[in-house]
Design a protein around this ligand. Structure first.
Ligand SMILES: [Ca+2]
Length: 305
């Protein structure tokens, strides 16, 4: 009996094994045991319930394959208009542009438009606006001498002159829905709410290429606002506070910023603050700005690009 006690006291693995294989036996027999043994059997049951980190078949701990965390720091905080339901954020010629979207059943002070954000007030100096009763404005991008603007579910996009913002026409959206947009200088690169990022030829509006975004758990859905930075696509994932760094060759998520902290700050400051959605990169200064729908702030953040 004494040898029995010593073995069980110092070997948690034996305790777990015993508890898994002989639980019914233990329950029946504990009433016949003396106190020290009864204590050890109960301890073994406890161990089986609490220690779930088992080694894998090779005897080693499972490897964590989730995307590597990218740490960031806040450099500066700028104001953002809390009526701006952000759908796109980008830099063009040193100015920060924002696009917004809304539909008839949303508050009347929200608009489907885009323009230049005043860094002192956060208000958008409007350059073009859609009829909010017909079109929910989404992402925009500048490509060559034009601006392209997506709409959410109406399958039509709008084209403007990049200098005068004069409307030039419409184009068909060849993906499921219009969500985020960026460019590599050749293609309109758009997300549609799935795990796909589509490269669209601006001459024909046909799909040239589709990237399926994946991480260690498979396809990554709800890819939203986009930004091309140094050959990688950075994307908001709708309803999360993640910014994903995506390899454009493989579609793999190769890094992830977790901005939970900033979202919590915005919610505390202004309760209606909605999901994070907006990444802008100023290639002339190397600065990155992020914001969210109805947030009171735009953040300049710094991380290893
Ligand atoms: Ca962007």
């Amino acid at each position: 009996m004494q040898i029995f006690t010593i073995n069980f006291t110092w070997s948690p693995d034996i305790l777990r094994l015993l508890s898994l294989k002989f639980v019914p036996y233990q329950i029946i027999c504990t009433r016949f045991m003396n106190k020290p043994l009864r204590f050890l059997v109960i301890l073994s049951l406890f161990a089986s319930c609490t220690n779930s980190s088992k080694p894998d078949a090779t005897g080693e701990k499972p490897v964590d394959n989730s995307p590597p965390a990218i740490n960031y720091s806040v450099v500066r905080v700028l104001p953002h208009d809390t009526t701006s339901f952000t759908e796109g954020l980008l830099f063009h010629n040193g100015e920060l542009y924002e696009s917004t979207g809304t539909e008839p059943n949303m508050p009347e002070n929200r608009r489907s438009m885009f323009g230049i954000v005043d860094p002192k007030t956060g208000k958008i100096d409007k350059k073009a606006e859609l009829d909010r009763n017909k079109y929910f404005g989404e992402g925009i991008t500048f490509l060559k001498d034009k601006v392209y603007q997506l709409t959410w579910q109406t399958k039509v996009g709008f084209i403007y002159d990049a200098k005068t913002f004069r409307p030039l026409g419409q184009f068909p959206i060849p993906v499921k829905e219009g969500w985020g947009m960026t460019t590599d200088g050749a293609y309109l690169i758009m997300s549609d709410g799935t795990s796909n990022i589509s490269y669209v030829d601006p001459a024909t509006f046909r799909l040239a290429r589709v990237i399926g975004v994946t991480d260690n758990n498979g396809p990554v859905s709800n890819i939203n606002e986009l930004e091309m930075i140094n050959g990688f696509i950075y994307a908001n994932q709708w309803q999360t506070n993640y910014i994903l760094k995506i390899d454009t060759a493989s579609g793999k998520v190769v890094g992830r910023l977790d901005l939970d902290g900033l979202f919590a700050t915005e919610r505390n400051k202004y309760a209606p603050s909605d999901t994070m959605n907006g990444i802008a990169y100023d290639s002339t200064t190397g600065k990155v700005y992020i914001t969210g729908k109805l947030w009171p702030d735009i953040y300049e953040i710094k991380f290893n690009l």
